[in-house]
Structure formats: structure tokens, C-alpha cells
Design a protein around this ligand. Structure first.
Ligand SMILES: NCc1[nH]cc(CCC(=O)O)c1CC(=O)O
Length: 573
């Protein structure tokens, strides 16, 4: 398979006609179109030597050309030229003038100007069986006889060759005219390909009607055209009656508004700055409750939390992730307590930011800790999530946390469309410029969140989360969720659980390679490691390191872990 591209690029006129831009204003578009269409073989017409120099420079290294100026066989006059990638093709070529004396610069028949065809034998370097002869030409614009004779001359050249042959160029002649007919008796016009895209006509005269088809890709019958296209070469018109959406992925600043998040933008080996510590905050300020299924972890009231965090900050803690725990009797179907002023998360953000301004505070954004159903959104009677009002709630919650001073919000609800909605809501509320939006993009449903749900009192009362968290076998959905959330404007990505899902982490490292990637070693993973160490099946510290290193190796650069306080000690040893 070979992609061939032909374009009459219009010689660089000193005095452009109406609707025409000067060459320096057009040249990047001309070259970028070549690069966009990803062709390794490009036929160009009306190319002056200075234009060819520009084109080769703008294409970058690795390109060569076959062609000569038609006036002197060197650099004078327009080139009909083939530009190609050196690494892919070996090329053996010669010029022929379209005249009775084809081997020297000459005018033919009733032509107004000297005209030329480049004949080039192409052979693929990778697969030498892929070989063909390519012609690049530009027929005279005045001489009718010259055009027909030129066509005959090329047909004769082609007869002397065997194997596939392709002819590209500007014939200054429409399909029903003699030159095209002469070629058509022997060759096929790729215009009649089954698959086609774009304009019918190839010549625009910079806007005057009528437009015509005078540029062609002809080929011998042993070549099959898979696809023929005349793509857009001007962009004055709207490409649809809808504008493209405001690309949220254009906002970069929220991802590095804080010294800690700045550091997260660069990868390195395991160190304290990489850890984010999840904390459960209760309404009663004096609580300090052990969580049985999470050894060493507690639910914290604010009065107890602050001294504890102070101790950790002194050891090098850089970031925390906050979850709220509220009494059952304040829960309702909309999760109203998620963003109430007195809700534990908002109170904790304010207190933590006041006391530790350098600490990077992330708020988990979800409704499940606040709904009486225990689900992450608002439900229909049949138990399914109603998307729009749920996303609206998540937007207010995210904005409320950002306003309270959160450095980042991390929606873990997994309802479709919430990333772009939250980003837009934060832009409108003018909190987007310094609030990072970290998407739990690929979060899988399963058994590993059990201890958390006990800690946060967020277990679904009925049903499960399989309709909005990803099925464990679905790598494709994980990849698609990551791609989608890039487009929706996420500043960073959380993958969870971690250890059972390191292929997804590696996928994220590839798909989101320019973003910080977090893994969340979730409650079930933490509990498993503890249980196994307690039974004597492993060494707790070594296992914790091995798991952390697995995440880093797969491509993560931030680790959300209940082992954070331990690592602050271990990494000081
Ligand atoms: N939706 C809220 C949320 N945010 C983080 C976790 C799990 C974290 C853990 O298990 O440590 C959950 C629980 C869930 O989805 O059921």
C-alpha cells in the first residue's frame, strides 16, 4: 500500500491575484497539509526553486526530491517535482521535456512554455517487491495540441516500462478533453475509486467559478485505488453548523498551580513527595476512631486531626485526600451534606489550609458518603443513576470544595460527563485557575473497596456500583475512559485499584503520557497486605515497597496510599 499525494502549489507570484496570499503566508499550510496526510511520496507542481527550498526546510530532515527546473534542467523555471522520504524509498529518476525533443529543455508543439515530466522508479527499502514507476507532470495551459501530444508521449514512456505505474499532476485539461481521453484509453483515473472524500473539483482559481477538475492521479490497471480524496485546502467556511466545543484540555495552569503539583509533573524514583494520604473526617470534632478493617487508620474529628497531620507534615507529608463521614440521619437522596458549609470535608479543608498552607489538599468528590441510598449519584426508582441532576450536584460539590480552598478536586463517582461539566463549572466560578481536576478515570468495580465503605459509611443500601464503575475485565473501557477524560479537560488521572490493574496503569502512562498519573492502592489492597503480614505470609514493609514500586514501574508518579505515614518513616531510615 502506498499513499500518493499531488498538489499544484501555485508558483510564488510577486503580485498575488485577488484571494491569493503571498507564498510566505501560505507555505506552512502547504507543508503541514503534506505532513497531516502522512504521505511518504508527494508530487508537486509549479514549484520555484526558492519554494522547494522552503518546503524541504519546513518538512524537516529525512526528505529528498526528484526534479529539475523546466527552463534549464537545473534550477530555473518551475519544477514538477517528487518529494519523498529517503528512509523508505530508493528512487531512480530522469526528466523528459514534453516536446519532440524530450531529452533537452525545449518547448513542444503549440505550447506557451517549456513543460516537463519526471519519471521515477520507486522501490520500497523495507519490501523491495513493492516497486512502481511514478510520473509527475504539468501540461501546458495554452496549447491544445501540446497537451494531447504530451499525453501520447507519456503513454509511450509508460509502454516501455513494466509493472505498476502512477501518473500524478496538473493536466490543464478536463476529463472530457483530449489529453485526459488519450490517457484514459490506457489508464485508470483514481477519481472513480469506490471510496472517496472531499471536493469533486481540484482547481479553484482562488474563488472564481466555475471550478474544474484538471489534477489527476492516473494509474495502470494493476494498481487498485483504495481511497481517493480531494481534501479541503481552504478554511474560510464552517465545517459544520455546530461550532467545535471549547477544548477544555487547553487549560494547563491548574495542573501546576501549587509547588507540590508542580513537582508531580515530573517523574522520578520513590520519595516522600509522591505520597498522598487518604483521611476520613467526621462531624464530631473530638472523634478518634480506629477502623477495624483498615489497621492503623482512623476516622478523625478536626480537633484530633490537626495535631496528627502536624506530626506527619513534620515528617515530610505533602498531600492528603479527604473523605467525609456523616451521621446516617443527615443523609438524603441528593447527598445534600456533601457541600454544606458545616460538612466535615469543607471544615477540614479550611482548617488544614489555614494551618498548613503548603500542604496539597485534595477533596474526593462523590455523593455516596452523603446519600441515603449509599450510591454515588441520584437514583431513579429502578435504582439506576439519573445522569444530569447527579452531575449537577457533583459540580456544586466540586466548586464548594474549591472555594473552601482545596488544591484539587477528584471526582470518584464515575458518572459519564462529569469531568467536562465540573471543569466548566469551575471556570464559571473562577476557581479553575488554581484548582487541579484529578479524574478517577479508570476505576474498576469489585471487591477491593469493602473496608473503605465501612470507614466512610458509604456502602450501597441496595444493588452495587457495576452500572457506573468499570467491569474488571474491560481494559478497552479503561483506555476509552482515559482518552475521554483527556478531551474533557482532566489535569491528572487516578487509576484504581492498583496492584490488580497495573496493565491499566501502563495504558494510562501511554495514553496520558503528558499528565501526572496517580495510582490508588485502595482499602482492600491495604487490608490484604496487612492480613497477610499478620499471618506471617510476608513482611509488611517489603510488601508495601514492592507494591509501590510496581505502580511506579507501570507508569504512576503519585501514590495514594494508606501506608503513607509508614513510608514517611521508612523513607527517613
Ligand atoms: N465513590 C467514593 C470512593 N472514593 C474512593 C473509594 C474507594 C477507596 C478505597 O477503597 O480505599 C470510593 C468507594 C467506592 O467507590 O465504593
Amino acid at each position: 500500500m502506498v499513499r500518493v499525494y499531488t498538489h499544484n502549489i501555485r508558483y510564488a507570484r510577486r503580485e498575488p491575484v485577488e484571494g491569493e496570499l503571498k507564498w510566505p503566508e501560505r507555505r506552512e499550510a502547504v507543508v503541514n497539509s503534506i505532513l497531516l496526510h502522512n504521505c511518504s511520496i508527494v508530487c508537486l507542481q509549479e514549484v520555484l526553486w526558492t519554494q522547494l527550498e522552503d518546503i524541504l526546510r519546513l518538512l524537516g530532515s529525512g526528505w529528498d526530491y526528484a526534479g529539475v527546473g523546466r527552463d534549464d534542467g537545473k534550477k530555473e523555471g518551475e519544477f514538477a517535482v517528487i518529494v519523498f522520504k529517503q528512509a523508505l524509498w530508493t528512487v531512480d529518476w530522469s526528466p523528459f521535456w514534453l516536446s519532440p525533443t524530450p531529452n533537452k529543455p525545449s518547448i513542444g508543439w503549440d505550447a506557451a512554455l517549456k513543460r516537463i515530466v519526471i519519471q521515477a522508479h520507486f522501490k520500497s527499502i523495507k519490501d523491495p517487491s513493492e516497486a512502481f514507476v511514478l510520473y509527475c507532470t504539468h501540461f501546458d495551459h495554452k496549447g491544445e495540441v501540446a497537451r494531447q501530444e504530451s499525453a501520447k508521449l507519456i503513454v509511450r514512456l509508460m509502454r516501455d516500462q513494466s509493472g505498476p505505474q502512477i501518473l500524478c499532476g496538473d493536466l490543464n485539461s478536463q476529463p472530457e478533453q483530449n489529453a485526459s481521453k488519450t490517457l484514459g484509453e490506457f489508464r485508470e483515473d483514481s477519481f472513480y475509486s469506490d471510496r472517496k472524500f472531499g471536493h469533486k473539483h481540484t482547481y479553484t482559481s482562488f474563488g472564481e467559478e466555475p471550478h474544474t477538475r484538471i489534477d489527476y492521479i492516473w494509474h495502470t490497471q494493476d494498481v487498485k485505488t483504495e481511497f481517493y480524496a480531494v481534501p479541503h485546502s481552504h478554511y474560510k467556511f464552517l465545517i459544520s453548523d455546530h461550532h467545535l466545543n471549547f477544548p477544555m484540555s487547553s487549560l494547563l495552569a491548574p495542573g501546576y498551580a501549587h509547588p507540590v503539583s508542580r513537582q508531580w509533573q515530573s517523574n522520578s524514583i520513590l520519595h516522600k513527595d509522591m505520597f498522598v494520604y487518604p483521611l476520613f473526617i467526621t462531624t464530631d470534632p473530638d472523634t478518634e476512631n480506629e477502623i477495624h478493617s483498615l489497621p492503623g487508620q482512623k476516622q478523625w474529628g478536626l480537633n484530633k486531626l490537626l495535631p496528627y497531620v502536624e506530626e506527619l507534615v513534620a515528617k515530610g507529608l505533602k498531600s492528603v485526600l479527604l473523605f467525609g463521614v456523616v451521621p446516617e440521619d443527615v443523609k438524603d437522596e441528593r447527598g445534600s451534606w456533601a457541600d454544606k458549609e458545616e460538612t466535615p470535608v469543607i471544615q477540614a479543608v479550611k482548617a488544614l489550609k489555614a494551618k498548613f498552607p503548603g500542604l496539597f489538599v485534595i477533596c474526593d468528590v462523590c455523593l455516596c458518603e452523603y446519600t441515603n441510598t449509599g450510591h454515588c449519584g441520584i437514583l431513579r426508582d429502578d435504582g439506576s443513576i439519573i445522569r444530569e441532576p447527579s452531575v449537577e450536584r457533583l459540580c456544586s460539590v466540586a466548586v464548594a470544595y474549591a472555594r473552601a480552598g482545596a488544591d484539587a478536586v477528584a471526582p470518584s463517582d464515575m458518572i459519564d460527563g462529569r469531568i467536562v461539566a465540573i471543569k466548566k463549572a469551575m471556570v464559571s466560578a473562577d476557581v479553575a485557575y488554581n484548582t487541579m481536576l484529578i479524574s478517577y478515570s479508570a476505576k474498576f468495580a469489585g471487591q477491593l473497596y469493602g473496608p473503605f465503605r465501612e470507614a466512610a459509611h458509604s456502602c450501597p443500601k441496595k444493588g452495587d456500583r457495576k452500572a457506573y464503575q468499570l467491569p474488571p475485565g474491560a481494559r478497552g473501557l479503561g483506555r476509552r475512559a482515559l482518552q475521554r477524560d483527556i478531551l474533557e479537560g482532566a489535569d491528572a488521572f487516578i487509576l484504581k485499584p492498583s496492584t490488580f490493574y497495573l496493565d491499566i496503569v501502563a495504558d494510562a502512562a501511554e495514553i496520558c503520557r503528558d499528565y501526572p498519573i496517580f495510582t490508588y492502592q485502595v482499602s482492600g489492597e491495604y487490608a490484604m497486605i496487612h492480613a497477610s503480614a499478620e499471618k506471617g505470609y510476608c513482611d509488611l514493609k517489603m510488601m508495601a515497597f514492592e507494591a509501590a514500586q510496581g505502580s511506579l514501574r507501570a507508569g504512576a508518579n503519585v501514590l495514594i496510599s494508606y501506608f503513607t505515614p509508614d513510608f514517611l518513616d521508612w523513607l527517613s531510615e
